[in-house]
Design a protein around this ligand. Structure first.
Ligand SMILES: [Zn+2]
Length: 166
């Protein structure tokens, strides 16, 4: 999984993205989101200096985010109809295929699955899917049916779910 030879970073609909160089079956683990672990406070500092750094971060637990820091996760784009999602396996955060992915497809996930109800970040969406939500917000704004489907797929971590009840 540390070998990214099955992937390339290429021009996609919205800038650069991660494109499959091979087929992945549903359930396949595609890559590990690696980088440096930073605190929420550090992410706030990114917003003040270089907002793109903040946008690229992945929520890791209540108080920490992974800054991909130049690694492949930096190019992971959002879709409202994603073909992949993030799962925690022990200390690792892994991108998993939630539908069959063909060579040439961009690998996308739904940013809302890692945005706790306490995350204030939002984004105007240009994913182009028929079911596009237009604005991507935190988990508290996801339709209940979508949350159920994502939970069945295992791609919303428990600590993100817990932020909805605070
Ligand atoms: Zn969208």
């Amino acid at each position: 999984m540390e070998n990214y030879s099955m992937l390339e970073v290429a021009q996609v609909r919205n800038g650069k993205g991660i494109v499959a160089l091979t087929n992945f079956r549903r359930g396949a683990l595609i890559f590990e989101v690696a980088g440096k672990l930073v605190t929420g406070e550090q992410v706030w500092r990114y917003w003040e200096t270089d907002p793109r750094l903040g946008e690229n971060c992945f929520r890791y637990d209540d108080d920490h985010y992974i800054d991909p820091d130049g690694r492949i996760g930096q190019y992971a784009n959002h879709s409202c109809h994603p073909n992949a999602g993030l799962v925690r396996r022990g200390r690792r955060l892994l991108m998993k295929a939630i539908s069959p992915i063909a060579a040439g497809d961009e690998i996308t996930h739904d940013y809302s699955t890692l945005l706790g109800a306490d995350d204030v970040w939002k984004m105007r969406c240009n994913c182009g899917e028929a079911d596009c939500r237009r604005v991507v917000r935190n988990i508290g704004h996801l339709p209940v049916a979508t949350i159920r489907r994502y939970r069945r797929l295992g791609i919303i971590p428990d600590f993100i779910m817990a932020t909805r009840r605070r």
